[in-house]
Design a protein around this ligand. Sequence first.
Ligand SMILES: [Zn+2]
Length: 210
Amino acid sequence: MGLTGPALMLRNPCRLRALLRVPVAVTPALWLMGRQDRKMNIHSTIGVRMCALAVAAAAAVAFGSGSAHADPTSTMNGHPVIAFEQTVQWQVDGTTFWTAPGDATTILQDFVSWFATNIESLHEGGFDEWSWAEPQLVAPSYAALSNHGSGTSVDLNAQKHAQGLQGTFTAAQTAAIRAKVAEYSGRLVWGGEWTDIPDETHFELAPLLK
Ligand SMILES: [Zn+2]
């Protein structure tokens, strides 16, 4: 949770100007030359240019080659970013979830209810269920927003089934989860199927068809 370094830098790019001004050693030399006015101009011009360079560098780090850009209005699966106030609140097993109205709530609520009854209780860890969350850039590309920002995904027992781990469910549980997910005819995706960074705690709505 929380913004990545580059994203944070992009939010306040000109804070970098303070770090990138001309070295102080230049100042006495310019004083000796009686060019205080020039010194001020150099500070200002270099500050602006370095700020622009720093923003470009931060953008390159955040968005890889620079060809991809995060769309602030939708998350990775194409569903629109929504505010917390737009979510629907529901509970399973005494745990509260906040998801987008419509399909997200219908499908995720049905799935989570089934999971709590057939796979395991939602009380395997501490407070480790997640649903809607502030939009944030996510691995591996850091070029798109997490589907938690559109209220179209949930994490269940996130400590036990932490992102990056494989085999956190038994073979029988894995088979049951796959069979249940298949019942939604491609509209629900399990992060446990991802090969780059497995995310067995995570279930999300499939990408919107365009
Ligand atoms: Zn998740």
